[in-house]
Design a protein around this ligand. Structure first.
Ligand code: PLP
Length: 390
């Protein structure tokens, strides 16, 4: 019998992909399925970005690029961060990677080992915990609570820091709850970690432009006192509707850059060249499409929350960011994953059960409102009827 290293027995999953596959199989067999499961914009990538990739292919951009990314793209990333937040970033610290996930893979691999503690949000993106367990480190959940507006509490996070803590993972705006961390909480966390220069921070800011109700993003790179230990995770997937292009970037402290550059050389060599040219256009071209998408998400957000709150047994607070609603379904008397499965197999509505995002996700469903308003109305109408036993 073949043996593998034990990490592979601990590696987890992102169930949104399993739900996507099941929803696809049901649809292929003729069932009418509305997918509120997967977290990807339902808009096409803006035309100017697609054209830039086509042009790059026609111009013969078919070979390897530097492992760290095309210099012009690394400069465009630095300029974009400066333009939006007035934060100086040296393009030499920017790494272009094949998708947002790759930065969490690299950062968790860098700090995770048996004996190390890594803090991560729960409910949170499932890959954090999966990768932590893969490395043999101890996953330490930071509870994300509904009564706190699904914002994380710095005080609670700091109380979980031990002598073994090596990495703290933050995510705002957040998947799956749509919470946004208030600046005061980030301030408290940063001052609490001032005495712990051995603790690194991975800040997953992939939804940084998906904010509503006048919320302002608080970039972790904006704190000079921790700047030498912050790893920024971001990318093109959500902001530019480019999930299938696999384009992400990270900003690394100078002391870690050489290590992660070598990981890139070992693991993926470089990122798809035409996609990198498209990413330059995304950052430097017109930004109207981003604003239009966010305005549409905002309208859907209000719709989805209104409709959820009209379903007996369901209550939903208004998310401030990303494109997810995280309704509380405890009063339906149903377990979340069973309800999600019944909604898919019965009325054909794909959602994700809260426990797929962590232990504290029981009692909740995640609905992605990256779907049309008509589909949202139809899906929530079906959900209401199903729960009413009609
Ligand atoms: N981080 C968070 C919080 C996400 O929700 C996602 C995708 O759903 C990612 C990272 C990964 O993005 P990508 O598809 O670019 O790998």
């Amino acid at each position: 019998m073949l043996g593998t290293i034990s990490g592979f027995d601990r590696i987890g999953e992102e169930n949104a992909f399993a739900v996507l596959a099941r929803a696809g199989a049901l649809a292929a067999s003729g069932k009418d399925v509305i997918n509120l499961g997967i977290g990807q914009p339902d808009f096409p990538t803006p035309g100017n970005i697609v054209e830039a990739a086509v042009k790059a292919l026609r111009d013969g951009q078919h070979g390897y690029t530097p492992a760290t990314g095309i210099p012009e793209l690394r400069e465009a990333v630095a300029a974009d961060i400066h333009g939006r937040f007035a934060i100086e970033v040296n393009p030499e610290n920017v790494l272009i990677v094949p998708g947002g996930k790759v930065t969490m893979f690299a950062a968790i691999l860098m700090f995770g080992e048996p004996g190390a503690d890594i803090l991560y949000p729960d409910p949170g993106f499932p890959i954090y915990r999966s990768m932590i367990e893969f490395t043999g480190a101890r996953p330490v959940p930071i509870p994300i609570r509904e009564e706190n507006g699904f914002a994380f509490s710095a005080e609670e996070a700091l109380s979980l820091v031990t002598a073994n803590t090596r990495l703290v993972i933050l995510n705002s705006p957040a998947n799956p709850c749509g919470g946004v961390t208030p600046k005061a909480e980030v301030d408290t966390l940063v001052s609490g970690l001032a005495e712990r220069p051995d603790v690194a921070l991975l800040s997953d800011e992939i939804y940084d432009q998906m904010l509503y109700d006048g919320e302002k993003h608080v970039p972790l790179l904006g704190y000079p006192e921790i700047r030498d230990r912050v790893i920024l995770l971001n990318g093109w997937s959500k902001t530019y509707a480019m999930t299938g292009w696999r384009m992400g970037y990270s900003v690394w402290p100078a002391s870690l850059y050489e290590k992660v550059r070598k990981l890139a050389v070992n693991a993926w060599s470089c990122v798809n060249a035409p996609a990198q040219h498209a990413a330059i256009e995304a950052l430097t071209g017109p930004q109207d499409a981003v604003g239009e998408m966010v305005a549409e998400f905002d309208a859907r957000r209000k719709l989805v929350v209104d409709l959820l709150n009209g379903i007996p047994g369901v209550s939903c607070i208004t998310p401030k960011g990303a494109f997810y609603a995280f309704p509380n379904i405890t009063d339906t008397g149903r377990l979340a994953k069973e309800l999600a499965s019944d909604l898919l197999e019965g009325p054909g509505v794909a959602t994700i059960g809260g426990p797929d995002f962590g232990i504290l996700g029981e009692g909740y469903l995640r609905l992605s409102y990256a779907n049309s308003q008509d589909n949202i109305r139809e899906a929530l109408g079906r959900m209401r009827k199903f729960l009413a036993g009609e």
